[in-house]
Design a binder for this molecule. Structure first.
Ligand SMILES: Cc1ncc(C[n+]2csc(CCOP(=O)(O)OP(=O)(O)O)c2C)c(N)n1
Ligand SMILES: C=C(O[C@H]1C=C[C@H](C(=O)CCC(=O)O)[C@@H](C(=O)O)[C@@H]1O)C(=O)O
Ligand SMILES: [Mg+2]
Length: 584
């Protein structure tokens, strides 16, 4: 009895504190050692349990939920390789600053490193990819230990959301028998809350030091050809603040598809979306050289933009990072400013009420308009082509939706072709580590926590990589439109230098597999369509928009044709821009 009492009191207190600190969703994968936590979480009214059998999928599912909710989600698994399967999603959470509470049940110390079953070394299992690691003490019912359990829970939740947000790992050794007494759970929760409510771990918004403020003000005041560059980020209200900064400084905003600025009503006048295409033209880059760069968020998807910045010798390049990190791969940053991004914009925008020169902004907007106009010619394509699919997508989506985009070519096609959106589309992708794993599960986590319909667009290898993840849609009756662009392999490699070498290319990089996914859709209970014409694509997607369900739409394309079409279009864009009068 003593053992069960200690187990129940301790775990119930821990779980109650997690919910009190805002952790109200947990993705649980089945196991025995994690039994007391699973039972108490399922029993606790403040905790929603989402069962996901495959731990790799489960962790990405939680990642998607946490991204959509902008708050921490817990994951719980048993000991052994179950815990190791969490690792890919933890890496992505680390680099994309998503708060996860990783709970791994473990064998007690006497069963470690002696050949006992399902006992691996789980201490610091995820290395530097978690912000904090702790191994909890074994359960005890002393009040001080119940307070300790609460403190660990509160510290984990608080640490996960402190900037830069990220995953924290709690390893929980548990001795058999593992069944708690759920009838006593409420009693112990009450008994252990005999103290102030959960520890309040707060963080002030990082502000701008006066000395930095003065220097930023001076640099902006002196600049005549400033650029605001917004990479992947998701800060509610930032769009209005950065739009104000652009308005008062006259600086254009180069907006990555994951900046949440494309489609924002605030930035229409100053947003530039076609830069990935026209910055491929080296001579044009020269005429667009800025005298100041102010960069927010992670590094944009666009490699041409990265190369453009890398060519900026003698240009002041401010990186504004409220997450106190170092996301500066260009090597050209001159000022690393640890200030909350919206605070920075609001503080500095106020200083420039007077009218500023608009020619520079006008030049960028004119070039961008020509580029986007020419890119829209992709609509003339008659065969199924990946670029046209993304160009059409925004007209086919509902007015408010989540668009989750796979890495490799899908995110680059969104960058190139998804613009001038009049709809409220939140765009998500796993750009922390650019993995092709876990994409389906991430999208289903977003679908599970969002009120809006969710669409996933990804490649065939990315689809193959996480087919297991589809089970969550079937188990939890989730709606998701999965658009899989099947070019029978890794299309992106056809854009890379590897494609110059015929030998071994298909074997090592193209990796054709000959799969189509109709049976996969059937296995997981999804509706399925494989449109053969653009009219059928329109029907398959727009009919879903009208009545969302769980649907796989497989669009067959040709890798070689897609590269040729894209390159011809880029060339044409460049020619049209050179033909413009005042672009010197
Ligand atoms: C887990 C993981 N494995 C391998 C890679 C390397 N990689 C990047 S893109 C790519 C091919 C992706 O193919 P697909 O999803 O079909 O997209 P496509 O390039 O055809 O658009 C690969 C293997 C990766 N980024 N992540
Ligand atoms: C496939 C991998 O990722 C590579 C894919 C594309 C990148 C690239 O060069 C794209 C070119 C463009 O967008 O114009 C490449 C890079 O960033 O250098 C990535 O490494 C991979 O396995 O790394
Ligand atoms: Mg592919």
């Amino acid at each position: 009895m003593k053992h069960q009492e200690a187990l129940t009191a301790y775990i119930a207190s821990f779980v109650d504190e997690l919910t009190a600190c805002g952790v109200q969703d947990v993705v649980i994968s089945p196991g025995s050692r994690s039994t007391p936590l699973a039972y108490c979480m399922a029993e606790h009214e403040g905790m929603d349990v989402h069962l996901n059998i495959d731990e790799r999928s489960a962790a990405f599912f939680a990642l998607g939920m946490a991204k959509e909710k902008r708050s921490p989600v817990a994951i719980l698994c048993t000991s052994g390789t179950a815990a190791a399967n969490y690792y890919p999603a933890i890496v992505e959470a680390h680099y994309s600053r998503v708060p996860l509470i990783v709970l791994t049940a473990d064998r007690p110390h006497e069963l470690r490193d002696i050949g006992a079953p399902q006992a691996i070394d789980q201490l610091h299992l995820y290395g530097k990819h978690v912000k904090w690691f702790v191994e909890m003490a074994l359960p005890e019912s002393a009040l001080s230990m119940l307070h300790y359990a609460r403190t660990i829970a509160a510290r984990a939740a608080g640490t996960a959301v402190l900037e830069p947000a990220g995953p924290v790992h709690i390893n929980i050794p548990l001795r058999e028998p593992l069944i708690p007494n759920l009838a006593d759970m409420k009693k112990w929760v009450k008994a252990s809350e005999k103290r102030e409510s959960s520890i309040d771990i707060r963080q002030g918004k990082s502000a701008l030091a006066d000395s930095q403020y003065k220097e930023c003000l001076e640099l902006i005041e002196q600049a005549r050809r400033g650029l605001i560059i917004c990479g992947p980020m998701d800060i509610p209200g930032f769009d209005q603040a950065v739009s104000r900064l652009s308005e008062t400084t006259g600086f254009p905003i180069l907006a990555d598809p994951l900046s949440q600025l494309r489609g924002s009503g605030y930035c229409k006048e100053s947003i530039i979306e076609g830069y990935d295409t026209f910055l491929k033209d080296a001579s044009l880059c020269e005429s667009l050289k800025p005298d100041l760069i102010i960069r927010f968020g992670a590094m944009p998807v666009s490699k041409p933009l990265l190369l453009f910045i890398k060519g900026m010798e003698q240009v002041n390049h401010m990186v504004i990072d409220g997450g106190l990190g170092w996301r500066e791969p260009t090597g050209m940053g001159t000022h690393m400013i640890y200030c909350e991004e919206t605070v920075f914009c609001e503080r500095l925008a106020l200083e420039f009420e007077k009218e500023r020169n608009r020619e520079w902004l006008g030049k960028w907007k004119a070039i961008d308009q020509v580029a986007k106009q020419e890119l829209r010619n992709i609509q003339d394509e008659t065969v199924l082509q990946e670029g046209k699919l993304f160009a059409k997508l925004q007209s086919l989506l509902p007015d408010r939706a989540n668009l989750v985009v796979g890495n490799s070519m899908p995110i680059r096609n969104v960058d190139t072709f998804f613009h001038d959106s009049e709809k409220e589309i939140r765009i998500f992708a796993n750009r922390g580590a650019n993995g092709i794993d876990g994409t389906i599960s991430t999208a289903l986590g977003i679908a599970a926590s969002s009120e809006q319909p969710t669409v996933l667009a990804l490649g065939d290898l990315s689809f193959f990589h996480d087919m297991n993840g589809l089970l969550a849609a079937k188990m939890h009756n989730l709606n998701l439109l999965v658009i899989v662009i099947n070019n029978d392999g890794g299309g992106i490699f056809s854009y890379l230098p590897q494609a110059q070498e015929e030998r071994h290319f298909e074997e090592l990089f193209g990796t054709p597999h000959g799969l189509s996914f109709e049976h996969t859709a059937a296995l997981y209970g999804a509706n399925y369509a494989c449109p053969a014409t653009w009219d059928e694509v329109d029907e398959a997607i727009s009919s879903w928009s009208g009545n969302p369900d769980f649907r796989v739409v497989e669009v067959m394309t040709d890798r070689k044709y897609d590269v040729e079409t894209y390159r011809a279009l880029v060339k044409h864009v460049s020619q049209e821009i050179r033909a413009m009068r005042h672009v010197d």
